[in-house]
Design a binder for this molecule. Structure first.
Ligand code: GKE
Length: 330
């Protein structure tokens, strides 16, 4: 009989891709979210609209499944999480707390929690040439306000459920996941999708707005590497938090140059120093990831961005924002 999995946040970006990954691997999947996937139907055999801040809904969602992949969260890029401390902290702590207890109550065998690089302390991320972050660098704690604190709290709760109740919890700290079928507008988008949208909408030679001076650095991971890494981690015996990201560091100005080259469209950068910046630098140290999983993310940023840019450009044509794909001849 097929292994039965619950994916929460299945109407969202990573959750939707995780459903596709598991169904392709032969799983029976229940997808749960407060909304259906935005850009294509879910691949899940069963999809339920449930608010997982409620205990009774978490009991319902976790009935009769072997594995839980917990992605449901009130979240977004730095522009969102900086402005919504209550929403991201309160909603996510309710979801995570009830989901862990419901999973234990319903005898789930393995539980994955999507944590975030936002748990890492600000004092280690104050310069663009940041030292790649190792898992043990998380303490002494000074995570991002709101979203970061909730992720840190739930990491601890996962540890307690493992130690006190024997629930096989697994935790990955995602480092800025991007890819097609993700949010690219409306305020919750992260930098890769935002820059793709701005370049796609720009007239050649136009200015596009970049938050901050663009010298701030990040590493970015394609969603297909994310789902592969989550699956491997859940089926490993590693139950401490593990980085899941790439260690290819790039400035945001460099990200703009990459997208501009993919589009074949020259753009100028207008730096909005009032824009939300988050940390000045963040990168993943993948030493433990390589040891624990015998694998690491391998999709190159330029390749992943190429697919992502053209998908976003296609959405903008569909909604009439642009008339056609830019051919690169000015
Ligand atoms: N979203 C966005 N939109 N970011 C921009 C833009 C823009 O138009 N222009 C420049 N940036 C810069 C931001 O100022 C920030 O310094 C950098 O890109 C990355 O922003 P982001 O992708 O929105 O989010 P962060 O990496 O700062 O933080 C995110 O990290 C994730 C885990 O790696 C969080 O918002 C969560 O989505 C998550 O924890």
């Amino acid at each position: 009989m097929a292994t039965r999995a619950l994916v929460t946040g299945a109407g969202g970006f990573i959750g939707h891709h995780m459903v596709k990954y598991l169904v392709a691997a032969g799983y029976w999947v229940r997808g749960v979210d407060v909304k259906e996937p935005e850009y294509e139907p879910s691949a899940a055999q069963e999809f339920e609209l449930l608010d997982l801040r409620r205990w009774d809904n978490c009991l319902m969602a976790t009935r009769g499944v072997d594995e839980v992949y917990s992605f449901a969260a009130d979240m977004g890029g730095i522009g969102y999480i900086n402005e919504h401390h209550v929403d991201s902290a309160r909603n996510n702590v309710l979801i995570s707390t009830h989901m862990l207890e419901a999973s234990r109550t319903n005898g789930v065998s393995r539980f994955f929690f999507s944590s975030s690089a936002c748990v890492y302390p600000q004092y280690l991320q104050s310069s663009p040439d940041v030292k790649p972050l190792k898992e043990e660098d998380a303490s002494p704690y000074d995570p991002d306000e709101g979203y970061g604190w909730e992720k840190l709290f739930t990491e601890k709760l996962c540890q307690y459920y493992y130690e006190d109740c024997g629930l096989e919890t697994r935790v990955a700290r995602f480092h800025n996941v991007y890819g097609p079928l993700g949010t690219y507008d409306g305020g919750k988008e992260k930098a890769p999708a935002a820059i793709c949208r701005k370049v796609a909408l720009a007239t050649p030679g136009d200015e596009i707005e970049v938050w901050g001076d663009g010298l701030q650095t990040r590493s970015f991971m394609h969603v297909d590497d994310c789902t592969e890494g989550v699956f491997r981690l859940l089926h490993s015996e590693h139950h401490q938090p593990l980085n899941l990201g790439t260690d290819y560091l790039i400035t945001i100005n460099g990200l703009v140059d990459l997208v501009s080259a993919i589009a074949g469209k020259p753009v100028k950068r207008r730096h909005n120093m009032e824009g939300p910046q988050g940390v000045r630098g963040r990168n993943s140290d993948n030493s433990r990831l390589r040891t624990v999983l015998g694998w690491e993310p391998s999709i190159l940023l330029k390749d992943g961005l190429d697919v992502t840019f053209h998908w976003i450009e296609e959405q903008l044509i569909k909604d009439g924002s642009i008339t056609s794909s830019y051919s690169g001849t000015s």
